[in-house]
Design a protein. Structure first.
Length: 279
């Protein structure tokens, strides 16, 4: 059986996967795209030799990236999903009955097409009439919104390097803040607390320059290097720790209890931001 070795950026470890079959291999204008099957994880989507999702565990990431900010609001109606060409976040957003519009902004249309073909249970929300797909840079899309009308902006990007870098600038965060409602929330993954602690701190500091309230929560992701992955939330003042509605959707991992326990504790957060964590 052939092997695939993942060499994730800024990670001190390499992951080795058995490959039963290579279902797709190609190159878009932006990145190399591959779909393989693994005996344990099933089908795997790989971009530039970095694992993005697997059939077996994608829900951990997609549920936690989506539902924390959605349940921290009383009536979210308009949502922007930037990146996430596999469609997993869109699928999760649509589970909320209050949602009327989802702008699905993905720069690489090839990822969407590959996901439609090989990951139907992940991409299944793309054709929902509430979803409007925009093939463009997410930062450019956000700039065009001039009124505070968006309830949630969810970034599901590749690692915070390369062409995704435009989504992690002060200019972009300012544009995000200006288009969020008073209860609206922004969320993005910020890599691993084990391996990318400095990156986590830098993004928290950058968000604090723009938003009045910034927080951090985590989730276990087996196929992402470092495994203990964290998500940065920024708001115009509303607390993402407070659940505003009854838990009423079907999930595999996320729940109201998981929501309350996911946030980094106050003491650990203070040590993190003061750069006192000794690892």
């Amino acid at each position: 059986m052939i092997k695939f070795t993942e060499k994730a950026p800024y990670s001190p470890v390499e992951y080795l996967y058995d490959v039963e079959e290579i279902l797709y291999k190609g190159k878009s204008k932006f990145q190399e795209i591959m779909v393989i099957t693994n005996p344990y994880f099933g089908r795997m989507l790989i971009l530039d030799d970095v694992v993005q999702i697997t059939e077996r565990d994608e829900f951990f990431y997609h549920e936690m990236l989506t539902h924390v900010v959605m349940y921290a609001q009383s009536n979210p109606k308009k949502v922007i999903v930037i990146g996430g060409g596999d469609g997993g976040v869109v699928r999760e957003v649509l589970k909320h009955k209050s949602v009327e519009k989802v702008y699905f902004v993905e720069i690489d249309e090839d990822v969407i097409n590959v996901s439609r073909k090989f990951f139907p249970t992940v991409s299944c929300g793309m054709d929902d009439p509430r979803v409007e797909i925009k093939i463009m840079d997410g930062a450019d899309f956000i700039k065009k919104i001039k009124t505070p009308e968006i309830d949630a902006i969810i970034i599901d990007s590749t690692d915070i390097i390369g062409f995704a870098r435009s989504l992690f600038t002060k200019e972009f965060f300012t544009s995000v803040k200006n288009c969020l409602t008073h209860e609206g929330m922004f969320v993005t993954h910020t890599e691993s607390m084990h391996f990318h602690k400095d990156m986590v701190i830098e993004l928290q500091e950058a968000l604090k320059e723009v938003f009045p309230l910034v927080d951090l929560y985590s989730a276990p992701i087996a196929t992402y290097p470092g495994n203990w992955w964290v998500f940065a939330v920024a708001t115009n003042g509303a607390s993402p720790r407070e659940i505003k509605r009854n838990f009423d959707i079907n999930t595999k991992y996320y729940s109201d209890e998981i929501h309350q326990q996911a946030f980094i504790t106050k003491g650990l957060y203070e040590k993190l931001m003061q750069r006192k964590l000794q690892w």
